[in-house]
Design a protein around this ligand. Structure first.
Ligand code: ADP
Ligand code: MG
Length: 721
């Protein structure tokens, strides 16, 4: 960007220490930063009036200090209310809020506020009834100097996020000052003009004006759309460049057809689902090309991802290396935890038994090899150095492990294929280290059970091709799911007791670890792990052992609890939603989720996945204390949706991505996350980016010079893992 946007605020604004620290807190240093600090919402501008100028029926905003706040009940004794008095330099007026007793708590301490609404009359005095109220940090200027000229000009007031020293008004005036400096005349639009025209997006200049000083609703909507497109477009450009760059690399060619694999497939104890079959075809197609595969396989727990990985592994290890001298190509399979690595090792050993295929396991707590020399049906413990020697010589075709796999000491002879389970737990750097073991890049299959909507996956994993396993193997007993409202709580506990009496175990998931903070109005009714465990023991299930598990426990405390639960010394496990992946206790067939309205649907679905692995009928009781029909309706999707992806899409449509996924850790703005809702926009941005990168992979052409600069500037801004 041109220099003027880099102009430091400090040199051009008179800033007091509080303002300086506020700007620092928001990370705002330059003119450009302020212009890109978009309003969080817009309010219809109401005329501002001093209190002594108010008349009945006026729709106005009044600024002043709120005092005498108190709560009470109406004379009928039923309806709670809050009331108080607003005072400004010209007078005072009474304010009444019906049914909002918590306001008294939220606005305690005589704060400065803005009150907006219609003036009414009660008992011959003017007052506000149920107006909107916002805390402010200073009384805005126009009201103090009666600057009426400034008042009716703009139909909307942009509202900016505030902090000590920086009011929304401060930002408003700062933006005005910057815009008046003529800064926009010199800016080059980062989006090529053909693209703007094609999608009917406003120019950069119009967009900055419209987003900060809209004359009509359409203005800021169009501007927001443009900036959202811009963000997604540049993420896509970066991702498409990465993708193109990896396609310039060489890989081992694995030329296997389905026919070649027939013998192996027949040995499997099941027939592939159509979705698995499709996934295998896509992988075999990728394997045949000269450049490495980069594919993401998304599928619910139990959809058979490991089986797909095993088939692709078989195709790899039954292919001789190009020099044809010794052995076959090799596979590395990395899991996020030791439990999972062990589990995969066991599965692979079973799958490849009788085929004379060696499998190695490397984790922090030791190494194994299958088969053992003494017993061809069993694995044996071996030393790390021995295992690594064999791997380096190419004698062990498949190595499974945790992050120990990417230690420097691990060298493969012909690493052709890398599988990564739950890759979002691994950093990009770790991933590329594993991939760069050789001059030749291995094919990459990244697998995840986290249901991510398609648009989000296309964006944050834009450098990967996507396969979705949207089908479960047939014959599975689905988890019986019930939405439980408060009046059915008791009978539900009795149902659950039946399961416990039959010898099964129970998970109880709560939204919080400790007792709620009574200061926080929204947290009041939310169950905590510790309190709920105490209550269940005392009131509901005194005859069973109850354990607790949450992220604040020490590692050995956690392990002890899990161990006891696994051994059925504890029958009921009260936990937060952050229980380790890989917790797999087949005898735990029932799960209660408390405060379900606080979770996303996709997250509820993942919690439910914990009881999926059992041979017995599994149950999921989704407890909601919400009285709103709408939120019960939302939860019912847990019963009707076919899979996690459908639920993830629903979440996205209803709540927006920002709330649901770790946007903070990724670096995407709120606006960018909004764009993720819009499949057309994401696809358009992706297609345009792809076209540019196809025609000019390095962005060398003069017309792409500007795009290249912007990309270089944004390096490190996003970090998707
Ligand atoms: P994921 O890794 O997606 O959670 P797995 O590959 O571990 O799922 O499969 C879960 C279980 O389902 C395993 O016991 C596996 O043997 C079995 N399975 C996989 N594919 C099929 C299929 N097509 N038909 C029947 N069972 C299958
Ligand atoms: Mg799996």
């Amino acid at each position: 960007m041109t220099d003027i946007l880099q102009k430091p605020l400090e040199e051009n604004f008179r800033l007091n220490p509080k303002q300086k620290s506020g700007l620092k807190k928001f990370g705002l240093n330059t003119y450009g930063d302020i212009l890109n600090f978009f309003p969080i919402r817009y309010e219809k501008t109401l005329t501002q009036k001093p209190i002594n100028g108010l008349q009945k029926e006026d729709e106005v905003s009044v600024y002043g200090r709120l005092s005498n706040l108190e709560t009470g009940k109406t004379w009928s004794g039923k309806r709670p209310f809050s009331r108080g008095t607003l005072v400004d330099p010209t007078g005072k007026i009474k304010i009444l809020w019906l049914n909002q007793p918590y306001l008294a708590k939220m606005f305690a301490g005589n704060p400065l506020v803005k009150i907006s609404g219609k003036v009414s009359e009660r008992k011959n005095t003017l007052c506000f009834v149920n107006p909107t109220i916002d805390k402010i940090t200073e009384i805005p200027l126009p009201i103090l100097n009666q600057d009426s000229e400034n008042q009716d000009k703009n139909p909307f007031e942009p509202i900016y996020k505030e902090t000590t020293g920086l009011s929304s008004r401060w930002f408003y005036f700062a933006v005005q000052k910057i815009l008046r400096s003529g800064i926009l005349e010199e800016q080059k639009d980062p989006i090529p003009s053909e693209i703007l025209k094609k999608y009917n997006l406003p120019t950069l200049k119009s967009s900055f004006v419209w987003i900060h000083i809209p004359k009509k609703e359409g203005d800021y909507l169009a501007a927001r759309k443009r900036f959202a497109f811009q963000e997604i477009f540049f993420i896509q450009l970066e991702k498409q460049k990465e993708r193109k760059a990896s396609q310039e690399k060489k890989s081992f060619r694995i030329e296997k057809t389905k026919k070649d694999l027939e013998g192996f497939l027949k040995k499997l104890p099941f027939r592939l689902t159509d979705a698995q079959d499709r996934a295998v075809s896509e992988i075999l197609r990728d394997f045949k090309r000269e450049f490495p595969m980069s594919r993401l396989l998304e599928g619910d727990v139990g959809s058979g991802k490991t089986a797909v990985a095993a088939i692709a592994s078989y195709a790899t290890i039954s292919t001789p290396p190009p020099d044809n001298k010794f052995g076959g190509l090799q596979v590395a399979y990395m899991a996020p935890t030791e439990i999972l690595a062990n589990q995969h090792f066991k599965t692979f050993v079973e799958t490849f038994a009788g085929l004379n295929i060696k499998v190695g396991l490397i984790t922090g707590s030791g190494c194994k090899k299958f088969p053992s020399k003494i017993n061809p049906n069993e694995a044996t413990t071996i030393s790390k150095s021995q295992l690594l020697k064999w791997v380096a010589q190419g004698e062990i075709p498949i190595l499974i492990g945790t992050h120990s796999l990417i230690e420097k000491k691990v060298n493969f002879k012909n690493l052709a294929f890398v599988i990564i389970d739950e890759q979002h737990r691994f950093g990009t750097a770790q991933r590329s280290r594993l991939r760069k073991k050789d001059d030749i890049l291995p094919h990459l299959l990244s697998m995840t059970a986290t249901p991510i909507p398609r648009t989000l996956a296309l964006t944050i994993y834009g450098d990967l091709d996507l396969t979705i396993l949207d089908q479960m193997p047939s014959g599975r007993k689905p988890v019986i799911t019930e939405i439980v409202t408060p009046q059915k709580r008791k009978e539900t506990y009795e149902k659950i007791r039946h399961e416990l009496v039959a010898g099964r175990q129970l998970y109880v998931v709560c939204p919080r670890i400790n007792e709620a903070d009574p200061e926080k109005e929204m947290a009041l009714n939310v169950k905590s792990v510790t309190e709920e465990a105490r209550r269940l023991k005392k009131e509901i299930f005194p005859e069973y052992e109850i354990g607790i598990l949450h992220s604040k426990l020490k590692k050995d405390e956690k392990e002890k609890v899990m161990d006891k639960f696994t051994k059925n010394e504890i029958q009921i496990l009260c936990a937060t939603s952050v229980v380790e992946v890989g917790v797999n206790v087949p005898n735990a067939t029932t799960i209660i989720i408390e405060g379900a309205e606080r979770f996303g649907l996709a997250q509820l679905h993942q919690l439910r996945g914990r009881v999926l692995r059992s041979r017995h009928q599994a149950y999921c009781f989704v407890f909601s204390d919400s009285k709103s029909g709408k939120s019960i309706e939302r939860l019912k999707a847990m019963i009707t949706a076919k899979n996690g992806f459908e639920l993830a899409e629903l979440d996205l449509a209803q709540r927006g991505a920002g709330e649901l996924y770790g946007q903070k850790q990724w670096g995407i703005t709120d606006l960018g996350m909004e764009a993720i809702k819009n499949i057309k926009m994401v696809e358009a941005a992706r297609n345009e980016a792809r076209e540019i990168v196809e025609s000019d992979p390095e962005l060398k052409e003069p017309k792409h010079q500007h795009l290249k600069e912007i990309l270089e500037n944004q390096k490190g801004k996003y970090h998707f893992e």
